[in-house]
Design a protein around this ligand. Sequence first.
Ligand SMILES: Nc1ncnc2c1ncn2[C@@H]1O[C@H](COP(=O)(O)OP(=O)(O)OP(=O)(O)O)[C@@H](O)[C@H]1O
Ligand SMILES: [Mg+2]
Length: 228
Amino acid sequence: MITFRNIKKIYTGGMNTVALDDVTFEIAKGEFVSIVGHSGAGKSTLLKLITAEEKPTSGEIFFNGEDIIKLAPKQLPYHRRRIGTIFQDFKLLPKKTVYENVAFALEVSGCLNKEIEKSVPQILEIVGLSNKIESYPSEISGGEQQRTAIARALVHRPALIIADEPTGNLDPISAWGIIQLLLKINKLGTTVLLATHVKDIVNNIKRRVITLDQGRIIRDHSKGRYAI
Ligand SMILES: Nc1ncnc2c1ncn2[C@@H]1O[C@H](COP(=O)(O)OP(=O)(O)OP(=O)(O)O)[C@@H](O)[C@H]1O
Ligand SMILES: [Mg+2]
C-alpha cells in the first residue's frame, strides 16, 4: 500500500535540518505499524510525507502504486480522503456536538443528508460513543474527545489511518482504550500507522515496529519491541 524508496527530507530555511535520511520501507494493506523514536527522530515528518503535506527532498513515495510526489494540487483532496488522520490535540469544533463534529466532515465534502444520517450513527457506534452524540467536546472526557476525532477520521471510510501521538494528552487507561480502538479498526480492515513515544503501548501492541533515530531507520521488526 505504501512504499518509501530512499527518502531524504531536508527542511531548508534558517538552517538545514535533515529530518529523514535514506528511508526505505513498505507497508502492506491491513498492517498495524508503530513508528517510534526520540523527539526529533522524524516520525511526524514521515507521516506528513504520506499525506503529501510535505514533499521529500529526494526519493520516491508510492501509495497504492501511485507516485504521490507527482500529484497535482487539485488531486490532493482526493488523495487525503483516502487517509484518516488523528493527532495529539483532538482538533474538535467546540461549538458543535459530537454528532455534528463527525457529520461536518461529510458535509464539507458534499455528502447528501440522507447519507450523513445513516453513516454518522454507525461510526459513533464503532467508537463507542452512541450515548454521547448530543454532548459538546467540553462535556466529555479526553478519551471520548479522541474517540470523536477517530470517528471523524473514519467517516470517509479511509483505507489508512494515521495517528500521530494520539494518546499524548491522555492518562494511561484512556490511552490504552484508544489503542484498543485502533486495533479494532485495524481488524475491520483499515491499515493503521501509529507514531508514538510510549514504550508500554508499543510493547503491548505486539505488531510491527519501525524505529527511527536521527532520521534513519535503525530497526524494522514484525512483532517488534520498543528499544531505543
Ligand atoms: N517545518 C519544519 N521546519 C524545519 N524543521 C522542521 C520542521 N518540522 C520538523 N523539523 C525538524 O525535523 C526533525 C524531525 O522532526 P519531526 O517533527 O519529524 O520529529 P518527531 O519524531 O515527530 O518528533 P516528536 O516526537 O517531538 O514529535 C527535527 O529536527 C525537527 O526540528
Ligand atoms: Mg512528532
